[in-house]
Design a protein around this ligand. Structure first.
Ligand code: NAD
Length: 499
């Protein structure tokens, strides 16, 4: 059985805790590897080594650090298929989807190649007599990234690229369900020229996360995962004086106006609702048609398309629409939520329960489920299902649809499908959600913008990637300098003018 340890000081290291977790092949249900779970003592030791390594790396000029990102980007491209397969093998998503996972991470690595520009600071000459001011962005020191299972490449890449190019050392704690991709990325970074110890990958569970939160040397924590854990990590990190950004779960609504192109809206819902088995924080899980005719037209188109979705292992090739979910517990929870929807009176139009695939009977597969007549009091509406389940909530007006979206405690992504520019503009301006799509179901911004939700979908005040990453991973120092030779002959300092 393959044993996965940690990545410490530029090489693989076996854990010493004696504790490990099973890693499954979600398509077969078999245990395919085990990952060591680090202790607090292991974490503290690794952080001390990272702090040593950071001194030289932080003092390296930004252009050299950016060159490591250039070499890293080239290596990611070169190993794209291998990385995608690693993702698919542990996560279960299809290969095209896994390639997208790596690609979206790579795009931010590409943005990080421009770090010298982002880090060059600000300058004011003659802010007073003989006085110049300049601000510089300096690394924080050692920072930590804690990542979820659903994007084994993209989210670790978002974390490590930004942190490292800004001159920090990073402790990366990937999801214990999918550690292999992060381990391989660490190896590629080393090949790209990253000095030993600047990126340490420490595998583990709550024990190591708590050790990260309590370690005084760690200056900042960047977390992505479910809302209860995001809130917990944000609270404990802040109490311990760390900078923290913690991104949480979602319940994303897509409003469909009566004037929308119904075929395009149905296609968009199909991809956004069921792609990656719904295990995306930007998945659309609630369709909100405006008017009964719109709802009927949408359901009429959606139902056969959902019935026709192909579920299977990534090895089955590009014919498969989505793969298994991550664990048997996730599968059982999703099926249980579908049961609750039926019990609470929603209309189950397509039933994905009891899905079984010949030859993969022990895999964690769930078929697609489609609900109509869902109401906001139902559990399937209130909870993030994180599975291939789409709920239609009928509304009678745009204002009602907007209010539903705004009253939801989550605020990660949302979309509107309409042919009317005024409605779209009004929606974009008023909705209290961080990322908005107009005739665009999954509005994940490009890497040179930023990514972040509102309300219970994010804790902290800077977004991930884009310009905010350079702000999050650096602190600003502002120098006010006076040069007496700059004062004109015979001139006096006018201190009053400076008051
Ligand atoms: P999770 O919260 O279970 O785990 C995330 C990380 O936290 C993992 O590294 C895990 O080891 C750690 N963790 C888990 N329980 C912990 C505990 N009790 N104490 C300390 N650490 C703990 O999330 P997941 O199931 O891996 O990922 C799915 C969730 O992530 C979904 O809710 C999804 O919406 C969310 N997500 C959000 C975004 C975003 O940008 N907002 C992106 C991707 C995923």
């Amino acid at each position: 059985m393959q044993q996965i340890g940690h990545w410490i000081d530029g090489k693989p290291a076996t854990g010493t805790s004696g504790r490990s977790a099973d890693i499954y092949n979600p398509a077969t249900g078999e245990v395919q590897a085990q990952v060591n779970l680090a202790t607090k003592a292991e974490l503290d030791d690794v952080v001390a080594r990272a702090a040593e390594a950071q001194k030289g790396w932080g003092a390296t000029n930004p252009q050299r650090r950016a060159r490591v990102m250039m070499a890293f980007g080239a290596l990611i491209n070169e190993h794209m298929d291998e990385l995608a397969e690693l993702v698919a093998k542990e996560h279960g998503k299809t290969l095209p989807d896994a390639r997208g996972d790596v690609q979206r991470g790579l795009e931010f690595v590409e943005v990080c190649m421009g770090a010298p520009h982002m880090l060059k600071g600000e300058y004011t000459t003659d802010g007073g007599p003989g006085i110049d001011l300049y601000s510089m962005r300096q690394p924080l020191g050692v920072v930590a990234g804690i990542t979820p299972f659903n994007f084994p490449a993209m989210i670790p890449l978002w974390k490590m690229a930004g942190a490292l190019v800004c001159g920090n050392a990073m402790i990366l704690k990937p999801s214990e369900r999918v550690p292999s991709t992060a381990m391989r990325l660490a190896e590629l970074l080393q090949e790209a020229g990253l000095p030993d110890g600047v990126l340490q990958v420490v595998n583990g569970d709550k024990e190591v996360v708590d050790a990260i939160l309590d370690n005084e040397e760690i200056a900042a924590v960047a977390f992505v995962g479910s809302t209860p854990i995001a809130q917990y990590i944000y609270g404990r990190a802040c109490t311990n004086g760390k900078r923290a950004q913690c991104f949480g779960g979602a319940k994303n609504h897509m409003i469909v106006m009566p004037d929308a192109d119904m075929d395009k809206a149905a296609d968009a819902l199909l991809g956004a609702g069921f792609g990656a088995a719904g295990e995306r924080c930007m998945a659309i899980s609630v369709a909100v048609p405006v008017g009964q005719e719109t709802a009927d037209a949408l359901m009429e188109r959606l139902a056969p398309k959902v019935e026709a979705l192909k579920v299977g292992p990534y090895t089955a090739g590009e014919d498969v629409d989505f793969g298994p979910v991550i664990t048997s517990a996730a599968r059982d929870r999703i099926n249980g939520l579908v049961d609750s929807g039926v019990e609470e009176g929603a209309k189950l139009v397509v039933d994905g329960r009891n899905f079984s695939l010949q030859g993969y009977e022990n895999g964690f597969f769930v078929g697609p489920s489609l609900f109509d007549n869902v109401t906001p009091d139902m559990k399937i509406y209130r909870e993030e299902i994180f599975g291939p389940v789409l709920s239609q909530v009928r509304t009678n007006s745009y204002e009602e649809a907007l209010k539903l979206t705004m009253d939801n405690p989550y605020g990660n992504g949302t979309a509107i499908f309409t042919a009317d520019g005024d409605t779209a503009r009004d929606f974009a301006a008023r909705v209290n959600v961080g990322m908005v799509g107009i005739n665009f179901p999954i509005p994940v911004p490009l890497s040179y913008h930023t990514f972040g939700g509102w309300k219970k979908s994010a804790f902290g005040d800077l977004n991930q990637y884009g310009p905010d990453a350079f702000r999050f991973y650096t602190k600003t120092k502002t120098v006010t300098a006076r040069w007496f030779s700059g004062i004109k002959e015979g001139g006096e300092f006018n201190f009053k003018a400076m008051d």
